[in-house]
Ligand binder design. Sequence first.
Ligand code: AMP
Length: 399
Amino acid sequence: MIILVVNAGSSSLKYQLIDMSDESVIAKGNCDRIGIDGHINHKTADGRVLDEDCPFPTHTEAFMKLVECLTSGDAKVIDSMDAISAVGHRIVQGADVFDKSVLVTDEVIDKIDELRELAPVHNHAHALALRACKSVIPANVPQVVVFDTAFHQTMPPKAYMFGLPYDDYEKLHVRKYGFHGTSHRFVSKALAEAMGKDVKDLKIVSCHLGNGSSITAVDGGKSVDTSMGFTPLDGVVMGTRTGSVDPSAVTFVADKHGFTPSQMSEYMNKKSGFLGVSGVGSDNRDIQEAANNGNDKAQLVSDMLAYEIQKYIGAYAAAMNGLDAVLFTGGIGENSWEVREQVCQNMDFFGIKIDEALNRTIRGKLTKISTPDSKVEVWIVPTNEELLIARDTLELISK
Ligand code: AMP
């Protein structure tokens, strides 16, 4: 059984074709610059590549090109779209409307579009892509949507409410939603399997550290709290995002710079974080290199990140009344031994002790990096959101 996984943004459309018999990737690619001009990069598992400019006025043309690449030409992998059993789509914001993956209907697409106010960059693009996909992919191929927020719908009200007037929650739907749920769900389950335990018996702090980062408390397989909030701006300091800031500092800075709310949002989302504090850049590799070469501000932002993560681990151990394992995932979590080492230093109060020599040698591989006498196990768990989307899709269409 073959499943197409789609991750659509406002001007891009990433995809993977996955063979569910062994969960291998048959082909993957990216259509980008949709609405600008258009470009596709398509790669097959056996190394064939197609990389060319082509006009993508809308997502529909991008889907048509994707179908063409999969079914014809030098990088073809299937004879026709009839070989595909279903399509799974990643959706950023499902709010409190969707607490699990669902089959796509016209009503589901409309609802995703209606939620656009809560995720202006993403949800409308998802709706456009879903409609485009329906117009291009044969009608008998079912489609499924998988939400980044769904895993966090198990958070109790005391974790997701803000101290704003209750009306803002009821009428404006302002609350913590949390993001990266697909990743946190995938890695917490993979960790339980690696530990040989049932996820229901584990209290895990899952650290998804990448360009965007979030930390989640997973108690018994359920998200009970998470660091991102109403939007993916909240929580720890990120590549170009501030993370949590005293709201009064936000209004003060906006006032001093004469920013409108949307300019201030842009400032906090695009010009802050690693980039804004260090002046070096938004990429963790550049930050670590600059810090190693004696750049004080790069060192500072690296220290801030590690310190903030440590505080989340402490807070979530308290929230769950226990801690069995901490896991690292995402581009930084899987690859940066420096960040993992810094986070795990001076955490002996919690019973966290890692094998520093081992940690320094591991990159992107499922590995336990804690010492045998560490009370809390520490693991690197590579994430695979596309695979989880494909698995959810398969499960739903099999029902
Ligand atoms: P993601 O958003 O999950 O793709 O992660 C992107 C982040 O991972 C960037 O900040 C990269 O610098 C970081 N990253 C990727 N590879 C490495 C590496 N080998 N060492 C350190 N950081 C890395």
